[in-house]
Design a protein around this ligand. Sequence first.
Ligand code: KG4
Ligand code: ZN
Length: 335
Amino acid sequence: MSDIHILAIESSCDDTSAAVLKNNRVLSNLIADQSVHQSFGGVVPELASRAHMQNIVPVVHEALSKANIVPEQLNAIACTRGPGLIGSLMVGLSFAKSLAWSLEIPFIEVNHMQAHVLAHFAEAPEPEFPFLCLTVSGGHTQIVLVKAPLEMEVVGTTIDDAAGEAFDKTAKMLGIPYPGGPLIDKYAKGGNPKAFEFPRPKVKDLDFSFSGLKTAILYFLQKQEKQDPDFIQKNLNDICASVQYRIVDYLLYKLKMAAEKYNINQIAIAGGVSANSHLRSELERLGKEQGWQTFIPKFEFCTDNAAMIGVTAYFKYLENDFAGWDTGPTARYGF
Ligand code: KG4
Ligand code: ZN
């Protein structure tokens, strides 16, 4: 079969991204993030939609020119359909469908969470099926059993907050700007992970809960600040290291449970939180101890990006899984 060129677009939250792929290999992957949200301490949906509208044409243009591909060479156009912010998704979807329509080529809709998992197929080494993927982002925390590229089952999920939210909400309590995850990671490097003890949450089977941990951190900080108003400032590194230690410990504790339950030794991580340096190094350490083959994505493929949308679209293209022009965005999207 001849090579397949796909233009992929991702606009589910606050990053506008476009990528061009030749089969499942990435020729270009451009991301425009939105600094406009920083002063609000979180993503403001209306501002995100407007920024996507401003960014989408230059980002797509740049992705094509970097890949050295003209629109007439494309075989299909793909875009995230959900889950995500409706207004943000709408910008990418309308643009992608219009372009596919005008070029008279198929349109492929992609589930963002499936795409995080399939980011592992953007480059070698690729996991073998079946494998387990811990997908940890700002909105989701899932353990996914991946049986085939488009055959996945969520075997564990959070019953409240996501792991990324636990990082971001802790950051907010500490006065660290949004998104706090990467900064907690940075400050934790200079701290002692055993300085303060936070309890490991207790939830049945492979599910997670982060809201109790968030409350425990809040009460701990309030109590300490009563005794010393400069407590956070004086202990920032140790607090970050201790919180990060517990979140990562909890994620890997459940991942180990899943590996034992399904007797699988191909273990991957994905999503924005998989950029966390402690999670990456601890997974490697645990993997060696357990005899796992571990798969840790390149930073570029951890946080939201269109390359992963393109990889997923490639697998859908092979199955002739094309979407209609009436495909609309969906805030929640299971699989
Ligand atoms: O996958 P992603 O880019 O967007 C969603 O689909 O949600 O994930 C964003 C999340 C944010 O919560 C951010 O704080 C977190 O990933 N994150 C990190 C790190 N880099 C990004 N959390 C901890 N350590 C990091 N280095
Ligand atoms: Zn994501």
